[in-house]
Design a protein around this ligand. Structure first.
Ligand code: SF4
Length: 317
């Protein structure tokens, strides 16, 4: 499939079918922690990158074979709201299924009324807010010229006022960058203005190819939860795990997921082993066969081996 991937299982969204609307990598930010690598060209102009009917058709097909989903999640190889027409897609998906729709976005375009309008029908929106000051916002998110911290916050505040669904703000906590008491207090002050339903604290547990980023210490994570809880309920998600049991073609499903982000080797092993509960050796064998295709390579991050896609072996669009 070109646009649909998973289902992916995670603590936050349960069984989630992913829909990627973008050519890799199309983003308005160039975050230091981005697992997709450097944003070579910052994009701010919204476009219908691929025909919307073609995407909808794939979602329709995927819904026939994937039952028991908790969410359908629009999440892209970049900034999801750059896809012009996502509002139409959300509305059409809601005609096909009662499964709720989530949108993961960096939120940088929410200052535009047309973008907020397109998101109103989503059941949950998960925008990013990694800093409570312009200086740190620029340092971490490295936005396209013209996308200021002020725009970002005003967009989030305006969206909260118009949007009746669940607003779950994602905060990436980076060791030594935004985990000081001062940075966290600034962040909490901005979160109070926005008034989200929840804050999802996330950690840089996957390798960022462009720049080394560090996990915060446990003490700093606890401190972040304590300070940010003054603004909203904070969810500290455990690491997600994949579910490949309904994948019609295991190699293609794994390629599709790893094209979008690196996957911890033991997480991959568990997901494949779950597909063959009666055959204890099978996961090892399958992984050896997959690795032998030459599509993947291993990299180490925080002492853990991860599978990443080799250049030119991912999705072709
Ligand atoms: S917003 Fe997301 S896709 Fe864009 S650079 Fe940041 S982490 Fe990467």
């Amino acid at each position: 499939m070109k646009y649909v991937f998973g289902p992916v299982s995670s603590k936050r969204l349960g069984q989630s079918l992913g829909v990627d609307l973008l050519p890799p990598k199309s983003c308005s930010w160039n975050c230091v922690y981005c697992q997709l690598g450097k944003t070579r060209k910052l994009v701010t102009e919204r476009q219908e990158f691929f025909p919307r009917e073609e995407i909808l058709e794939e979602i329709r097909e995927a819904l026939k074979v994937n039952k028991g989903l908790d969410w359908i999640t629009f999440v892209g190889s970049g900034e999801t709201m750059l896809y012009k027409g996502i509002g139409w897609l959300i509305a059409e998906v809601k005609k096909l299924t009662t499964t709720p729709v989530a949108v993961i976005t960096n939120g940088s375009l929410l200052y535009l009324a047309e973008v907020r309008q397109e998101l109103l029908q989503a059941d949950a929106v998960l925008p990013s807010l990694n800093a409570g000051s312009e200086k740190l916002h620029d340092e971490i998110d490295r936005p396209a010229p013209g996308l200021t911290f002020r725009n970002h916050v005003e967009g989030l505040v305006a969206f909260r006022q118009e949007y009746k669904g669940k607003l779950w703000i994602e905060v990436m906590l980076l060791g030594g960058i935004n985990d000081s008491d001062e940075a966290l207090r600034d962040l909490a002050a901005v979160l109070k203005k926005i008034d989200p339903d929840m804050v999802h604290l996330i950690l840089p547990t996957r390798p960022a190819p462009e720049q080394e980023v560090h996990l915060p210490t446990e003490e700093r994570i606890e401190r972040a939860i304590a300070i940010l809880s003054e603004a909203a309920t904070v969810v500290n998600p455990l690491k997600g795990s994949m579910d490949l049991r309904n994948a019609p073609d295991l190699l293609e499903a794994v390629t599709s997921i790893i094209s979008r982000h690196p996957v911890q080797q033991r997480e991959l092993h568990k997901a494949i082993a779950d597909c063959f509960p009666e055959e204890s050796e099978k996961a090892e064998q399958m992984m050896a066969v997959m690795f032998a295709t030459g599509r993947f390579k291993l990299v180490e991050h925080n002492g853990e081996p991860y599978w990443v896609i080799k250049e030119g072996s991912g999705l072709q669009r």
